[in-house]
Design a protein around this ligand. Structure first.
Ligand code: DAH
Length: 351
């Protein structure tokens, strides 16, 4: 290659390269341009690589011209990159384009229903005290829902639970199946498969044939508790439920037990906490009494224990049942139980 020729060729490449560069409008095209002219096998690089085959004088002139062209093209390339980047950002901010700097739309994520949260929290408190958790059927036999709990057929105590019967009759024409009216039938089911010591909580859905209003639903949850062992006393019942109340409603809570009647316990009680809104002074939440009832409980009735196969002279136990909707309403100041199950996201999303 003659040196005059080489210098001319270099100048020609440079001219062509600059013209091409001016018409390049994207980063992708810029990269292609760079490979074509300045890349390892690019036009200019090839010429520079072959310089050593020229005569010394030619080599010098072509070398100078080649290196100058290389520097110039690199400089022009860099400034063109900046121009192209700038114009692509400004075009992105124009009206009909996407603004890549905007924060993304939040991904709509689900959450646990507030009652599920309560169930888990309550079960968590009891498991930390050594209880296990069990679940059972919502369609239940009369036997477990009533008979095994000392509520015989035609006994007036059945009126305490307005029952939804399942349309199924046995040979005698009775309806022995129902939607469980409470979680207490699980006491008998647990005792069929376990021997004391037993400590268990049972969360689950219950049903009653009742008109709904602000404090009643025809379907709702309960959490049942059962502890059976040798030497369990009423003090154990009080201590356990007192600890639960403090953990769920706050360290300062005081509790009150009053006699109540449930056929499957003796003595039976209801437990109240002092009102956390007014600290027992009297307000709307506690209906000016200073106390709020939160659950029913008692010492398992000797007849019921015997039915479980436990000798009442040897074993004793306590049981309790609470309504998670009620304690959730108290905690959050919710005034109508029907909010929980009407699926209004404005309500549900608050928790
Ligand atoms: N099952 C009762 C109800 O639905 C609540 C209850 C009261 C459960 C006393 C118990 C208990 O285990 O000992 O009204």
């Amino acid at each position: 290659m003659a040196s005059k020729n080489s210098v001319a060729i270099i100048n020609e490449i440079q001219r062509k390269a600059l013209a091409d560069l001016a018409s390049v409008s994207s980063i992708y095209e810029l990269q292609q341009w760079k490979v074509f002219y300045l890349g390892r096998n690019g036009k200019l690089t090839s010429i520079l690589r072959n310089l050593r085959t020229l005569a010394p004088e030619d080599r010098r002139n072509s070398g100078i011209a080649g290196n100058q062209a290389k520097l110039l093209l690199e400089e022009e390339f860099n400034s063109r990159v900046m121009e192209v980047e700038k114009s692509s950002i400004s075009s992105k901010t124009s009206e009909d384009s996407i603004d890549v700097t905007m924060p993304g739309r939040p991904f709509p994520s689900g959450g646990l229903h507030v009652i599920t949260q309560t169930l888990r929290e309550v079960c968590g408190i009891f498991t930390s005290m050594g209880f296990s958790v069990a679940e059972g059927p919502e369609i239940e036999w009369d036997h477990y829902n009533f008979e095994a709990l000392n509520i015989p057929k035609d006994h007036p105590a059945r009126d305490m639970w307005n029952t939804l019967w399942v349309d199924f009759t046995d040979e005698e024409g009775n309806h022995p199946m129902l939607l469980r009216t409470h979680t207490s039938p699980m006491q008998a089911r647990i005792m069929e498969n376990n021997t004391p010591p037993v400590r268990v909580v049972i969360p689950g859905k219950c049903y009653r044939f009742e008109a709904t209003d602000a404090t009643h639903e025809w379907h709702f949850y309960q959490i049942e508790g059962l502890a059976i062992d040798k030497g369990i006393t009423f003090a154990d019942l009080k201590g356990t439920l007192y600890e639960f109340a403090r953990r769920f409603f706050g360290e300062e809570r005081r509790v009150r037990f009053r006699c109540d009647y449930f056929p499957f316990v003796e003595p039976g009680v209801d437990m109240s906490i002092d009102c956390f809104r007014c600290d027992g002074q009297g307000c709307k939440v506690c209906r000016n009494t200073g106390w709020i009832e939160i659950l029913g409980a008692g010492m398992v009735h000797p007849k019921v224990l015997a039915g479980f196969g436990c000798d009442p002279k040897e074993y004793t136990g306590f049981a309790f049942g609470m309504g998670p909707e009620r304690i959730t309403m108290l905690r959050h100041g919710i005034e109508d139980i029907r909010h929980f199950y009407t699926n209004d996201l404005r309500f549900l999303e608050q928790f």
